[in-house]
Design a protein around this ligand. Structure first.
Ligand SMILES: [Zn+2]
Length: 394
């Protein structure tokens, strides 16, 4: 059954990823007065409405914009409990520190599989309704062999982009003995998690893990068949970005406090994406990363939600796009590209993040005539329809 969506005021296609390399992503691209044809879960035609071929079914977009579904390359969705009071205290003046993660660890360990599964399902549905058609999901609130293993297994029920983050924070029972915990993360815990994960991640930050520990975690993960990505330079300057580039990581995430050498390393990396998470700076009332400096240097920039119960409990990519535009001075096109094609690059995916012929038919229709509405009308429910693999799902 083919589906023609026609009368689209602006069809954001981006450059088809198969036409570009990991090292050199294509630009934002859009077609005015456009149409798109989907068949068997794939995009089979894009072009001007007037030239659209016939299809089995027709949807009239009535002058709305159509974009690739968002690709959220950074989310922590396997957890129990919530930290609303911590957020309120922070807004009243208390600073954010990495240690808050431990309260979610306690709640997650105490939760049943079904509680975690239903929490995960709620968040996955919430993301889909806001236009996110591909998302990554990390473990990292279990921090025992059994709890990390069930976290990656549960994450795998909702996405293929599963990240093993045993090295999220040193759990309280290993307090003062980080080395022994890193050994566990690189040993028995990794062995239990690797079969259910695609990625290995580490929170490289003061109060979490240092450069040597991060290198050890990423190397062990790679030896077990996982691909590296990293939390880097979120709370202050540090070695995370350099570790990421050395390791050939797909992405260095946060990138809030960067030296010139860090920016140069990312620009020269040939494939390490800088993933910016402006919801975190919004929710922790912190300085935003300097997106313009990265873009000027030629670094590939993605935007993701970092949805998690502590530092940023939003799953909304439209909000992140609006923040990127308003607070990080990205253009509307740069922000939308970063939230779609950029996220796909950060996950080394070529089938999503664009609407070139052959792409997975993941797309969103906006209540508005252009992609700019995502930032122009912040906070408004703009997602009029979501298709995933060609099926209308929201
Ligand atoms: Zn994170």
């Amino acid at each position: 059954m083919s589906l023609l969506i026609t009368n689209i005021s602006e069809l954001v296609t981006n450059a088809p990823l198969e036409a570009v390399s990991v090292a050199s992503p294509g630009p934002f691209e859009a077609i005015a007065d456009a149409a798109i044809v989907l068949d068997a879960g794939r995009v089979v035609w894009t072009g001007r409405s007037a030239e659209a071929p016939a299809a089995d079914e027709v949807v009239d977009a009535a002058g709305r914009a159509v974009l690739p579904g968002f690709v959220d390359s950074h989310a922590h969705l396997v957890f129990a409990g919530e930290r609303g009071a911590e957020f309120a205290a922070r807004m009243a003046g208390l600073p954010y520190s990495a240690g808050g993660i431990r309260s979610t660890v306690a709640a997650t360990r105490a939760a049943s599989d079904d509680e975690l599964r239903s929490n995960l399902a709620v968040l996955a549905r919430e993301m889909l309704a806001q236009g996110t058609t591909t998302f990554e999901c990390k473990s990292g609130y279990g921090l025992t062999v059994a709890d990390e293993a069930r976290s990656v297994t549960l994450a795998g029920e909702v996405t293929p982009e599963v990240t093993y983050l045993g090295a999220h924070v040193v759990p309280p029972e290993f307090s003062g003995d980080a080395t022994r915990y890193v050994d566990l993360v690189c040993g028995e815990m990794l062995a239990a998690c690797a079969p259910s994960a695609k990625w290995v991640d580490v929170f490289c930050e003061e109060g979490a893990f240092g450069a040597d520990e991060a290198r050890a975690v990423l190397a062990a993960g790679e030896a077990a068949g996982l691909q590296p990505r990293i939390h880097a330079n979120q709370l202050g300057p540090g070695p995370g970005v350099q570790v990421a580039v050395e390791a050939g990581a797909a992405a260095a995430d946060h990138c809030t406090f960067l030296s010139d050498a860090d920016v140069d390393a990312l620009a020269a990396s040939g494939g390490t994406v800088a993933t910016l998470l402006p919801g975190v700076e919004f929710s922790t009332r912190s300085p935003y990363p300097d997106a313009r400096r990265l873009l000027r240097a030629g670094v590939t920039v993605a935007i993701a939600s970092d949805c998690n119960p502590g530092s940023c409990f939003t799953s909304s990519m439209p909000l992140c796009v609006a923040l990127a535009v308003r607070e990080m001075r990205m253009t509307t096109a740069e922000a939308v590209w970063a939230a779609t094609a950029g996220g796909a690059h950060a996950l080394r995916r070529t089938d999503v993040g664009h609407l070139g012929v052959g792409a997975r038919a993941d797309l969103i229709m906006l209540n508005g005539p252009s992609h700019a509405y995502l930032a122009y009308r912040p906070g408004v429910p703009l997602i009029a329809g979501v298709w995933r693999s060609g099926e209308r799902v929201a």
